[in-house]
Design a binder for this molecule. Structure first.
Ligand code: AMP
Ligand code: GLY
Length: 428
């Protein structure tokens, strides 16, 4: 098959690395890709959001299957457009991508189908939103309705913070169209966990569990980021919690989407809060997590491609995926300054030595490109995802940091404590 992966981050590198190993895939493209992806796929200079450009390329190259990495092209309807010209693709339709594209849509769906999530209200008028905050008290959470690249959520500890977040979204247009409406919801207390399932419209197949670290600095301090590292499995997700999450959240959502006339296909990523009352849905994403995808795919023993196609074709229930028992852990190396402003173009060295000949270490590229002289240059905020697998999580952590320390990139930084919760549990 000729396969096209859409996207350019660490998640897409992990997807390309995995798909390139599939015996079913005889030619792999990635649009637009990055310098690491270029070792597994032929990169084509088409942006992930250039739907017309992607359609033209797919027809010209007679691509058989498209795997969409990020949410934006899904929300823009890439899968619908491909399906209209008879090309199969992994990921939800635009209507089903509303699970990530509109927080209000998801909250209303949860309310209608009794899926556990924080109590909430939706507002387009700042004064009404503020009055609601005053009656509810704090802490309280204010969210822009639409896609805001992870920046649309304010967990407000004080009333002033909540009111400022409402003004930013509804009066000052801080999130553009994404912030024309806000969802205000109750603050949930507990440990966060990510949960992933492949879904084929009817049936949901859980993947191994994974957890990311959203804050920029050690000790889970500092600003929110896309994710500074991840590990799999996530010890917080016990077998009982996995079953409860499937029974109370994932399966009811899949059934609800079907009943609403927009059956969900693709990977469903539930952000959960494990509260005293059990798992509650914080949000849905309609794609793999990044960098969670890197650790999950590191542990996959089965061929990924037929599983993705089974999701598209609605035959997932006949499938089973096999996984390595060993834990995996990814340390993200980001450009100094991320998630704020940062420089691009600095030279990165030492990756070959860091990766060595080990099957248990893999460096996924998130934001890299080749300079004219062939040198490897940083070109994004999150730049590398150093991933290791080992018989225990502490060992995987040591192996990943051992590789990190061989990388020569003075302009980068990473957290030194990725996986600390899981390591502490392993020591217990
Ligand atoms: P989201 O983009 O919806 O995942 O929110 C970003 C982060 O805000 C989450 O990962 C949580 O840490 C936090 N958050 C969102 N909603 C809530 C909530 N209802 N209660 C507590 N924390 C929340
Ligand atoms: N790692 C969080 C995300 O992909 O949204």
């Amino acid at each position: 098959m000729k396969v096209l992966v859409v996207g350019s981050g660490g998640r897409e590198h992990a997807l390309c690395w995995t798909l390139a190993a599939s015996p079913l895939c005889h030619k792999l493209f990635c649009a637009p890709g990055n310098a690491g992806i270029a070792e597994d796929a032929e990169c084509v200079a088409i942006a992930a959001e250039d739907i017309d450009g992607l359609l033209a390329f797919v027809e010209e190259e007679a691509i058989d299957y498209v795997v969409v990495g990020p949410e934006a092209p899904l929300v823009l309807g890439l899968v619908d457009r491909l399906s209209a010209v008879g090309v199969k693709a992994f990921g939800p339709s635009a209507a089903a991508a509303a699970l990530e594209g509109s927080k209000g849509f998801t909250k209303d769906l949860c309310a209608k189908y009794d899926i556990p999530t924080a109590a909430y209200a939706r507002f387009t008028e700042a004064e009404a939103a503020k009055a609601y905050v005053r009656t509810q008290g704090t802490p309280i959470v204010v969210k822009a309705d639409g896609l805001a690249a992870g920046k649309g959520v304010t967990v407000a500890m004080t009333e002033d913070e909540a009111l400022a977040a409402i003004d930013a979204a509804l009066s000052e247009g801080a999130f553009g169209d994404a912030g024309g409406e806000v969802v205000i919801e109750a603050f949930l207390e507990g440990e966060e966990a990510s949960f992933f399932a492949l879904v084929d419209g009817d049936f949901a197949l859980p993947l191994v569990t994974a957890q990311d670290h959203k804050r920029a600095f050690d000790g889970d301090q500092g600003p929110n980021t896309g994710g500074m590292g991840a590990y799999s499995p996530a010890p917080v997700m016990t077998e009982a919690l996995i079953e409860e999450t499937m029974a109370r959240i994932i399966r009811p959502t899949v059934a609800a989407m079907k009943a609403e006339g927009c059956p969900y296909k693709g990977v469903l990523y539930a952000g959960l809060m494990i509260t005293a009352d059990g798992p509650q849905l914080i949000e849905y994403n309609v794609r793999f997590g990044d960098p969670e995808c890197q650790v999950v795919l590191m542990r996959l023993m089965s061929d990924l491609l037929p599983a993705l196609i089974a999701s598209t074709d609605g035959v997932l229930s006949t499938f089973d995926l096999r996984w390595y028992e060993e834990p995996a852990l990814t340390v993200v190396i980001a450009a100094e300054g991320y998630p704020g402003s940062y420089e691009k173009g600095s030279v990165i060295q030492g990756l070959e030595e860091a990766e060595g000949n080990s099957d248990d270490i893999k460096i996924f590229h998130a934001g890299t490109r080749r300079g004219e002289d062939g040198s490897l240059l940083a070109s994004g905020g999150r730049v590398l995802g150093v991933t290791a697998m080992a018989p225990g999580i502490a060992q995987a952590q040591a192996r990943a940091y051992g590789a990190v320390d061989k990388i020569d990139w003075p302009q980068g930084f990473c957290r030194r404590d990725i996986g600390w919760r899981a390591v502490a549990r392993e020591e217990e």
